[in-house]
Design a protein around this ligand. Structure first.
Ligand code: AMP
Ligand code: GLY
Length: 421
């Protein structure tokens, strides 16, 4: 069968890479893809962006199913469009994607269904927001309601920062409509983990656990980013924690959405905060796979992903059991100079070694210009190493990272540290 992957990041390269390994996949298309999907002879990169054009392409090429990577087309209703044209697609509808595209929707949903999360209130009036902050004190967390490409969350350690964030979002209109409403919530302390499942509307299949590294610099310093690296599995999610997250967060979410008349299909990603007493709470939902979490997760998946995806589209995920490489995968992101604020484009990349059984390099912001590979976005590459321990996996990833060169490359040297400590 022919399969289409929509998106252009490291996540989509990893998804397409895994799908292309399936005997059942005749052709794997990626739209619009990146330099890595273009150079990979097992993939076909097509320069299409708009949902309508993608649907036309799927019809013309007789593509059997489509997998959507990023949240923006999901929130815009690409699944609704494909389904209205009778095309198979894996992802949430526009309505279900509100779990990610509106923080207010997600928070009121969690409150209504008793899903553990931080206490919160929603504001569109700045004076009321300032008064709430003064009444509750710092630290406190301010979030733009809508999609803000990972920039809409301010974890304010002081009252000044908190008031400043309200001004920035509500008064200065920094995020446009996405920030016209804000959620202010209780600060939660603890350790984060990414808990991602696949849902077909009724059945839920958990993927391997992982942990992201949001800050730019080592020891979790510097500004927040889309994620500077991830590893899988995350030791903090023990078997009993796994069972608890399924029971208290994932299952009530899937059942609650169905009860509210918005059945959830697609990847559901719960960003967890696990406190010192071992209680998990939901920081956020994403309605898609994580980036860079997907890269180590796909590197560990042994099952035939094309078959899994077919079951996911057909509502038969209950018949699937996933098989994982028992090794740890560590994915190190190499970002462009100036990331996250103003990433520089055009730096020439060289030294990427060929894929090996214990190390693979996924591309994100890259493009091929006249036969030369160049940086073309914030996060440029994600190098994934596999090993019997976090340390071994880390060693393999960094050996490759050190062979790769582009001017101004930024990367953390401590990806996976929580798994070692
Ligand atoms: P979000 O996009 O909602 O996941 O927020 C981005 C990051 O902000 C999270 O990964 C956390 O590191 C942090 N964060 C979000 N909400 C909270 C909270 N209530 N308490 C502490 N940190 C938070
Ligand atoms: N790595 C975090 C995210 O994908 O949202």
């Amino acid at each position: 069968m022919k399969i289409l992957v929509v998106g252009s990041g490291g996540r989509e390269h990893a998804l397409a890479w895994k799908l292309a390994q399936s005997e059942r996949a005749q052709t794997v298309f990626v739209a619009p893809g990146n330099g890595g999907t273009e150079l990979d002879t097992r993939l076909v990169t097509v320069d299409l962006h708009e949902p309508q054009a993608l649907a036309d392409f799927v019809v013309a090429e007789h593509i059997a199913l489509t997998l959507v990577g990023p949240e923006v087309p999901l929130a815009a209703g690409i699944v609704n469009l494909f389904r209205s044209r009778g095309l198979k697609i894996f992802g949430p509808t526009r309505e279900a994607a509100q779990l990610e595209s509106s923080k207010d929707f997600a928070k009121s949903f969690m409150q209504r269904h008793g899903i553990p999360t931080a206490k919160y209130e929603t504001f569109s009036d700045a004076a009321a927001a300032h008064a709430y902050i003064d009444a509750n004190g710092a630290p406190i967390v301010i979030k733009a309601d809508g999609l803000a490409a990972g920039k809409g969350v301010v974890v304010a350690m002081t009252l000044d920062e908190a008031h400043g964030a309200v001004e920035h979002m509500l008064a200065d209109n920094a995020f446009g409509d996405a920030g016209a409403r804000i959620v202010i919530e209780e600060f939660l302390a603890g350790e984060e983990a990414s808990f991602i499942v696949m849902c077909d509307g009724k059945n839920v299949l958990a993927l391997a656990t992982s942990q992201d590294h949001k800050r730019l610099k080592d020891h979790d310093q510097g500004p927040n980013t889309g994620g500077m690296g991830a590893y899988s599995p995350a030791p903090i999610v023990t078997p009993s924690m796994h069972a608890r997250v399924m029971r208290e967060i994932i299952n009530p979410t899937i059942q609650g959405m169905a009860r509210d008349g918005i059945p959830f299909t697609g990847f559901l990603y719960a960003g967890l905060m696990i406190d010192a007493d071992g209680n998990p709470r939901t920081l956020e939902f994403n309605c898609r796979m994580g980036d860079p979490e997907t890269q180590p997760i796909m590197a560990r998946l042994k099952s035939d992903f094309a078959t899994v995806l077919e079951h996911a589209c057909n509502g038969t995920l209950d018949t699937v059991e996933l098989e994982w490489d028992r090794r740890t995968a560590v994915g190190v992101v190499m970002a462009a100079a100036g990331y996250p604020d103003s990433p520089r484009k055009g730096d020439v990349i060289d030294g990427i070694p060929p894929e090996a059984p214990e190390c693979v390099t996924f591309h994100a912001g890259t493009r091929v210009v006249g036969g030369t590979l160049q940086a073309n976005g914030g996060r440029v590459l994600c190098v994934v190493g596999l090993g019997d321990s976090v340390r071994m996996a880390q060693k393999r990833a960094y050996e490759t990272v050190e062979k790769i060169h582009f001017n101004g490359a930024q990367y953390r040297r401590d990806i996976g540290w929580r798994g070692i400590k």
